[in-house]
Design a protein around this ligand. Structure first.
Ligand code: PAF
Length: 282
């Protein structure tokens, strides 16, 4: 297993790959790896000559210091999982200083409004932090392809926008949501749920499936009311938002248009654990 801690050292390795004409697949992560991350790495391995996975808990994308502190750090188990998958995976695990120097502050971006929808309303500055670190990581790793999960669909669209605006020759690949057997979208945060709460959180995906059935036969308003009512009756989960939104603009869809693609999005709390999920509707 090759583990790189310094951007200079991995930069030298990347140069040799480029000189040898090898393609680079990149899976950026914040560690606490689960099957969802592993499925991204598998897709990268299947379509690239070399695969780099970064493990870096990015301080600028957390809106409060407590969350950053609480974020699970499981470096040894992360390595063991990657090693089991393929010993040739290259790990990049820098210190914050190597990435940010003395100035741990995010760059400010315009993502043409994508950043103001859904998560943007509840996690101020989050996407500036994500954009900042992804830009820095892309500059170091110079991937041909980068892989992101559709669970964070808004993040995926924002990274596509970031890439397009900078004219980077990087293909951004969105990978399907990996789910636990009860349907709950895999997330590092699921580890913080009790087994009972983990079971109950399957309600989020069940609701999204019901929305998919109703979409097209009922109005968006009616579907939204149904979701709010169902959550209102559920004592175990607190709905933060439900949106049916256009996939490209992420704007709320009051009246879906022919030829456009839509998704339903949910953010909800189980205790103090915030869970998000989404489903393609057409
Ligand atoms: O999705 C994540 O894990 C993070 O937001 C990312 C893309 C690795 C940036 O820190």
């Amino acid at each position: 297993m090759q583990i790189y801690k310094e951007k200079q050292a991995i930069g030298d390795l990347i140069k040799t790959f480029k000189n040898d004409g090898l393609s680079i697949g990149f899976v950026p992560t914040m560690g606490a790896l689960h099957e969802g991350h592993i499925s991204l790495v598998k897709q990268a391995l299947a379509s690239s000559d070399r695969v780099v996975t970064s493990i870096f808990v990015n301080p600028t994308q957390f809106d409060n210091a407590g969350d950053l502190e609480k974020y699970p750090r499981t470096f040894e188990t992360d390595l063991a999982q990657l090693e089991r998958l393929d010993k040739n995976i290259i790990i990049f695990s820098p210190d914050p200083f190597d990435i940010y120097g003395n100035d741990i502050s995010p760059e400010h971006f315009s993502f043409d409004g994508l950043e103001y929808e859904m998560e943007g309303k509840f996690r101020k500055g989050h996407f500036d932090g994500v954009g900042t670190v992804v830009k820095k990581l892309f500059e170091i790793v110079q991937p041909d392809k980068a892989f992101f999960g559709e669970k964070d669909f808004q993040q995926l669209q924002i990274i596509r926008k970031l890439t397009e605006k900078h004219n980077w020759p990087i293909q951004i690949i969105g990978c399907p949501i990996d789910r636990e057997t009860n349907g709950l979208a895999r997330s590092s945060r699921n580890e913080r749920l009790s087994p009972e709460d983990r079971q109950k959180a399957a309600f989020i995906y069940e609701t999204l499936q019901q929305v998919k059935k109703e979409f097209g036969t009922k109005s968006v308003l009616e579907v939204t009311e149904n979701v709010k009512n169902e959550f209102g009756k559920n004592p175990d989960l607190k709905l933060e938002y439900f949106e049916i939104a256009n996939e490209a603009t992420l704007k709320s869809a009051t009246k879906p248009l022919n030829g456009e693609r839509y998704r339903a999005f949910i953010a909800a709390y189980s205790g103090d654990v915030r869970l998000i999920d989404n489903i393609a509707l057409n």
